[in-house]
Write a new protein. Structure first.
Ligand code: SIN
Length: 270
């Protein structure tokens, strides 16, 4: 498939496409930004190969799609607070994102997307899995969709960062969002709960909430909704954080995997 500007190669029927024909380090005109955005709206996560950019160029790329967000749990680079390092090596005791999640869903306005640029990869392993929350929602029975549609749930990151950084005295964001959100651009419905961040469904008993969250956490892991990306040095992944979840596989210890991410602000889910 291709539009006038880009070659777009879908990777599965549900989610993911590789994009060719653009150098992301260069200034992009409106038509190119629109073409990339259109591809993202259709495929939910898009991948680019052989890209080389500086931190300033990474931020410029992100800003074509919105204002950049700061990470509440992880400090950005000293001269580029909007960029977080995604890095693991032989000294790492944890990595970012080896659980199913959408980035910063605990914010009152969770990000619209993230752009991850990886420059150093292990010889094997270190893939990232992405799951389509449109596909996950669409696969539910009408009765389950009707049950979930009006519900809201709490998204909290305090338990995660307290465990990772027990010495840091800080309160992290915690907000309530719809269990099923409507994508602001495509107007499609998608599931918006995750195993790592969603702690409670409002209006249900504790036992009911746990059971429903357990079911949904298992449901989003269905391989039918997923694409698995095999990184190469200088690959880029741009995901729509509103309608996807992702999981970074840490199967390469003690090898090094390293890159940088910018995150683009979003709006309040409805
Ligand atoms: C993340 O942003 O959650 C990390 C993704 C990755 O390292 O592949």
């Amino acid at each position: 498939m291709s539009d006038a500007l880009l070659e777009i190669r879908p990777m599965t029927r549900q989610i993911g496409a590789e994009i060719f024909g653009v150098d992301l380090s260069q200034p992009l005109d409106q038509a190119m930004v629109a073409a990339i955005h259109d591809a993202l709206m259709v495929h939910q996560v898009i991948f680019f190969r052989d890209q080389h950019f500086t931190h300033a160029e990474h931020k410029r790329l992100g800003r074509y799609f919105g204002e950049l967000a700061l990470h509440s749990g992880v400090a950005g680079l000293p001269d580029h607070p909007e960029i977080v390092a995604i890095h693991a090596d032989a000294n790492s005791t944890y990595i970012a994102g080896d659980n199913w999640h959408s980035d910063l869903s605990e914010y009152d306005e969770p990000p619209m997307g993230s752009i991850l640029y990886m420059h150093t990869l292990p010889d094997s392993g270190g893939d990232t899995l992405f799951s389509s929350m449109y596909a996950a929602y669409d696969a539910l029975s009408p009765a389950m969709r009707a049950f979930l549609d009006p519900l809201t749930a709490v998204h909290d990151s305090n338990h995660i960062y307290r465990e990772l950084f027990p010495d840091v005295q800080k309160t992290y964001p915690c907000n309530t969002h719809p269990v099923v959100r409507t994508h602001p651009v495509t107007k499609r419905k998608c599931l918006f709960v995750s195993e790592s961040k969603t702690t409670r469904i409002n209006g249900l008993s504790k036992a009911e909430s746990s059971a429903v969250l357990r079911f949904l956490a298992d449901h989003v892991k269905d391989p039918n909704f997923q694409v698995r990306f095999r990184w190469q040095p200088h690959s880029v992944a741009f995901w729509d954080n509103r309608c996807t979840q992702h999981f970074a596989v840490w199967d390469y210890f003690p090898d090094t995997r390293s890159g940088t991410r910018v995150t683009i602000k979003g709006d309040r889910p409805y």
